[in-house]
Design a protein around this ligand. Structure first.
Ligand code: NAD
Ligand code: WQD
Length: 336
């Protein structure tokens, strides 16, 4: 058995997939979550897929007292920090809440990790930190110009973590910038359980194919892209989870902070995603053309070369697999 890994936000969409991949790789994951955007019902699925008990710490990541107890109660060797708030639109109206949870949570966690002598940390950042990049594919050296509150909270945490590693050479930190995580676990047992109307494209298509929503509004058909719709780098959530396992093994023999893009390295337009989803589910997706969504950009996709070289990791699952797995999850109910 390898080490015990604390996964904050481990009951959420991405964290739950990371927990399963960690267990598959022989680690002992422990989940910390306050269920702000998830439910304890995920835990029994996690135990089943992990094939071992997965301890749960029900706590707010900003709560230093609860964090100290977690480090006292479990032999934690490293932390994967996924806990946070992620609704881009909501953040514009609630900046204090977003800075408090995303930035305050990371500070509380780092402080308690320091006290506990645990110095290995993988952080969930986002390609949102780039804003509209000047060049494609986007490398890690691109300028950081997030044009929303959510992206700025991620940039602040990134800066703070790099400063921490600079100040104290004990830290081993991987800052992972996710592009567009999508899809679900191939078992159909884990996936994104959106509360209310989903914000993201693939979960929306699931609800439309299931007859729970009527149609998708395509946010702009006049973007400077080949078919006029926005292009993104969709990354299967299991590929993303595998990237975290690879990051932990890399950190075992590294020091300092490293920043890596996790993306598939290619872009797909909204129309391509809709077509792939229709092929997976065998149903027609009704769509209407709508104005551009404020804050959207035309096109971005990752240059994942640094992650490939350093982590020996690459995305293995294509857009068809993303859609097929998302649809399997939806057919199983799409919730816990
Ligand atoms: P999610 O909402 O499904 O998971 C986040 C988890 O954190 C939830 O289980 C939630 O209950 C928990 N949480 C929230 N506030 C908390 C707090 N104060 N204390 C403890 N737990 C708390 O979101 P996700 O899609 O799994 O995202 C995970 C991480 O990845 C987030 O940090 C998010 O910003 C980042 N990220 C997500 C995407 C994406 O498209 N899903 C893209 C880039 C980065
Ligand atoms: C994808 C494409 C839309 C919905 C978001 C966050 C980002 C990161 C990942 C956290 C775009 C189009 C969408 C719809 C549409 N999350 N679309 N109609 O905006 O690229 O990225 O998730 O870090 O920060 O912003 O993802 O899935 O919302 O959109 O036409 O109803 O689908 O315009 O081109 P996005 P998305």
């Amino acid at each position: 058995m390898k080490e015990t890994i604390l996964v904050t936000g481990g009951a959420g969409y991405i964290g739950s997939h990371i927990v399963v991949e960690l267990a598959r790789a022989g680690y002992a994951p422990v989940v910390l979550d306050n269920f702000a955007n998830s439910t304890p019902a995920v835990m029994s699925r996690l135990q089943a897929l992990a094939g071992r008990p997965v301890p749960l710490v029900t706590a707010d990541v900003r709560d230093a007292v609860a964090l100290r107890s977690a480090f006292h109660d479990h032999p934690i060797a490293a932390v994967v920090h996924c806990a946070g708030l992620k609704a881009v639109g909501e953040a514009e109206g609630r900046p204090l809440a977003y800075y408090d949870v995303n930035v305050g949570g990371a500070i509380a966690l780092a402080e308690v990790m320091g006290e506990a002598g645990v110095a290995t940390l993988v952080f969930s950042s986002s390609a949102t930190v780039y804003g509209q990049p000047d060049d494609l594919p986007v490398t890690e050296d691109a300028a950081l110009r997030p044009h929303n509150v959510y992206g700025r909270t991620k940039r602040v945490v990134e800066d703070f973590l790099r400063d921490l590693a600079h100040a104290n050479a004990n830290w081993r930190i991987a800052i992972l910038r996710y592009f567009n995580p999508a899809g679900a676990h191939s078992s159909g047992m884990l996936g994104e359980a959106s509360r209310g109307r989903p914000n993201n494209l693939v979960p929306l298509l699931c609800k439309i194919a299931a007859g729970e929503l009527a149609e998708v509004a395509i946010y702009g058909g006049d973007w400077p892209t080949p078919d006029g719709t926005g292009i993104r780098d969709y990354l299967h959530v299991q590929d993303l989870a595998e990237g975290h396992v690879a990051a932990l093994s890399y950190l075992a023999a590294a020091t300092g902070a490293i920043t890596l893009n996790l993306g598939a390295g290619s872009g797909h337009s909204v129309l391509e995603v809709i077509a792939a989803f229709e092929a997976s589910c065998g149903r027609k997706i009704t769509r209407v053309m709508s104005p551009r969504r404020p804050g959207d950009v035309a096109c971005y996709y990752a240059d994942p070369a640094r992650a490939e070289a350093i982590l020996d990791w690459r995305a293995k699952r294509d857009l068809g697999t993303i859609c097929a797995d998302a649809w399997r999850w939806q057919k199983n109910g799409g919730r816990y």
